[in-house]
Design a protein. Structure first.
Lengths: 106, 620
């Protein structure tokens, strides 16, 4: 959970780091930069399925996210504000969502 | 007036107030059934339009996408596409949107437009949108989407006539379904649709000036890792105490009523077979079941309030990891909680879980949750064997034992699910995505309607399944009649013989033959066991009646037997109706067979351990 996030290739040039939504802490806020289902993860789901489900729920590039709450056991699942709705998801599924944290409010 | 009639279907995201709109449209003119061949609940009603049309309105299961991921969503997709077997395709669609949460539904509307059917958009909860200072350019949106738009407040029945008038206008224009261009979108197409929805939203909707902050503030308490969980557990505990305390006066009243009725019949009819049939078979049987209606209503009152207020999703959030640890899907919480009322809606609610394995696990363990049909059995045995005392500063001891029985059911369900996932189905984890809806004050009329529907279903069950069984039990325990002057008349009857025949099998767990007799109809419907016990004892002992049954049992059974019977009922093989539903849901007799085998085995084992332990402690 605390391992350094690997940067997805498409984001390599950007200054502010992108992290996986699964690594976010309560209070973290930003926007989604990429939703992509990693290949090679044993999900027993057809390829693209998780990606499409996330997209259908509004986890789409450009949407704003803020981590609101964590579940009582192991900080999982997480409740996020996604644009103007609230969505709960497991960190395992949030793994596929890359976010860029907004700069801290000064 | 010619027979003007048409069909419309309501489509929308979950939590869009779709069902509230359906209720506002159709009022009491609705029918709840199942879709042909599947067990998705089918709600249909009728409404008269201003032009005098009779519209039949179909309330389709909520969905975020036509790309169906569960049997419920498949019904919505197929009904919208007009290819649902046994359903006439709708003449028009009514897309229902939460006006305060338009982003996702706009994408769904774009999918619906591709289907090509005439459509009206109902912007529901429009009052909340206005209160928040959310501005929607209705004319612009109308032009952009190319469909009429009405604003509605379903909970206050506002905009209903405008909505049906728009449907009239569409149908008068002779709007027909165009060619269907919908097909399952790829990820790239979903992204494009989102972009399009985003553009529409930016152009025609100005964000709220006073967004809702109440939900966020409530969530910071209710979703708090410690406080939230404590509140959830306290709530569950309150529900079980309430099922006992609140329902008691009403139960006493029903009990008295049926006793009075039996007494009245006793005065009118001469002693004989007919009187025995009416008082011991019919009145005692129906009364013994109906007396538990108050408890079922109290329980469903809580379930409906939790669902309508938006708390149910929070409970699923809090429980997800705990359920997940047992190999259950977080959404399994809802089917399993419904199983507290009855395993049948619970098993049917398992359809909200999209994958087969997660669904199967939930279905297999759902009957272990203490259904309300077991409440009669528990209540009877508890009141017979557990003293009515207050312990630990005012907690009812009987309530505590009840709580313990519920806890035993929950724990064993989690344990069985764990074993299934670890031993039989390894891997295969499903995504868990769930909207946390805005908190709402439940509307009185919708709660009342929900309770009424549950009561109808329960009474229907009591009437159609249980009553014939009660008559059968009465017949088995009355024939063949004993010769005059026989010491124990029931020994001569079919029931007595069957009970004696099966008794050796259940003797190791402390069951006497009266219990064996009661178990046989109890397999057809759990709550029948109580009435069957009543019949067996009433026939065996002329002085007894249902009200005094507890005293009878206390007199006839040892404490160990009573506890063993309770343990048996925690796991007992479910009623035939449950098995029939499982057969339908899984489309195979294998799963009902697996259920009977594992639950029967667990029940026997648990009763054996409890009985032997109690006997060892001198309670035999």
């Amino acid at each position: 959970m605390s391992s350094t996030p690997t940067t997805p290739p498409t984001m390599a040039q950007d200054a502010s780091p992108a992290i996986r939504l699964s690594q976010a802490r309560p209070g973290d806020a930003g926007w989604i930069v990429e939703v992509r289902q990693q290949s090679g993860r044993d999900r027993s789901l057809p390829p693209e399925e998780l990606e499409r489900r996330l997209l259908e729920f509004g986890f789409v590039e450009g949407a704003t996210v803020e981590l609101l709450h964590e579940g009582p056991v192991g900080g999982d699942p997480i409740a996020v504000r996604l644009d103007d709705m609230r969505v709960a998801l497991r960190r395992d599924d949030a793994h596929e969502v890359w976010i860029r944290l907004a700069a801290e409010a000064k | 007036m010619s027979a003007l009639s048409a069909r419309i279907a309501l489509v929308g995201n979950p939590n869009s107030g779709k069902t509230a709109l359906f209720n506002a449209l159709t009022g009491a003119r609705q029918k709840v059934a199942n879709y042909a061949g599947v067990t998705v609940e089918r709600k249909e009603g009728t409404v008269k339009t201003p032009a005098g049309r009779t519209l039949s309105v179909l309330d389709l299961p909520g969905t975020y996408s036509l790309r169906a991921r569960s049997p419920d969503e498949a019904v919505t997709r197929d009904a919208v596409l007009g290819r649902l077997a046994g359903e006439t395709p709708p003449d028009a669609l009514v897309a229902v949107a939460d006006a305060t949460n338009l982003r996702l539904v706009l994408r769904l509307i774009l999918e619906l437009k591709a289907v090509g059917r005439p459509m009206v958009l109902a912007l529901n909860m429009y009052d909340i949108a206005q209160r928040q200072g959310l501005r929607i350019d209705l004319d612009g949106l109308r032009r952009e989407l190319g469909c009429p738009i009405v604003t509605t407040v379903a909970t206050r029945k506002r905009g209903i006539d405008a909505l049906t008038a728009e449907v009239d206008a569409l149908l008068d224009k002779g709007a027909l379904a165009g060619p269907n261009q919908w097909r399952e979108p790829t990820a790239a197409e979903i992204r494009d649709a989102h972009r399009e929805a985003q553009r529409i939203l930016r152009t025609y909707v100005r964000p709220p000036e006073r967004p809702d902050t109440l939900t966020g503030r409530i969530d910071s308490v209710l979703l708090h890792p410690v406080a939230g969980l404590a509140i959830l557990l306290a709530l569950l505990f309150l529900i079980f105490q309430a099922v006992f305390a609140w329902a008691a006066p009403l139960q006493d009243l029903i009990d008295l009523g049926f006793q009075g009725l039996a007494g009245l019949v006793g005065q009118v009819l001469p002693d004989g077979l007919l009187r025995s049939f009416i008082t011991d078979g019919l009145i005692a049987g129906v009364g013994g079941v109906l007396v538990f209606l108050p408890q079922i209503l109290v329980l469903f009152l809580f379930i409906i309030l939790l669902e309508d207020s938006g708390y149910m999703a929070r409970a699923a959030f809090l429980m997800d990891r705990i359920m997940g640890g047992a190999g259950l899907h977080g959404r399994a919480f809802i089917p399993l909680l419904s199983s507290f009322a009855c395993a049948i809606p619970g098993i049917m609610a398992a359809r909200v879980i999209d994958t087969r394995r997660d669904r199967m696990t939930t279905i297999l363990v759902a009957p272990l949750m203490t259904c309300s049909a077991r409440i009669p059995v528990y209540t009877l045995i508890i009141s017979a064997f557990i003293p009515s005392e207050r312990v630990w500063g005012g907690l009812s001891l009987q309530g505590l034992v009840m709580f313990g029985l519920y806890a035993a059911g929950i724990l064993s369900a989690l344990l069985v699910a764990f074993v299934i996932r670890r031993v039989f189905w390894r891997g295969a984890v499903e995504p868990f995505l769930m909207e946390l809806p805005t908190y709402k004050l439940p509307a009185f009329s919708s709660v009342a309607r929900g309770l009424l529907q549950r009561a109808e279903i329960f009474i229907g069950r009591a009437g159609r399944i249980i009553l014939p069984l009660m008559v059968l039990v009465w017949f088995l325990s009355s024939f063949p009649a004993a010769p005059p002057g026989a010491e124990s008349p029931i020994d001569y009857t079919f029931a007595g013989r069957l009970g004696h025949f099966l008794q050796p099998l259940l003797a190791p767990i402390g069951f006497n033959w009266q219990m064996t007799v009661a178990l046989i109809p109890g397999f057809a419907a759990r709550e029948v066991a109580v009435a069957a016990l009543g019949t067996v004892y009433a026939v065996g002992d002329a002085e007894a009646n249902i009200g005094a049954l507890a005293t009878q049992l206390h007199h006839h059974w040892s404490l160990a037997t009573g506890l063993s019977f309770l343990a048996w009922y925690v796991f007992a093989p479910q009623c035939l109706s449950t098995l029939a539903v499982v057969r339908r849901e899984t489309n195979s007799w294998v799963w009902p067979a697996v259920m009977v085998a594992y639950q029967g085995g667990l029940a026997y084992l648990a009763a054996f351990i409890v009985y032997r332990t109690a006997v060892a402690f001198g309670a035999g």
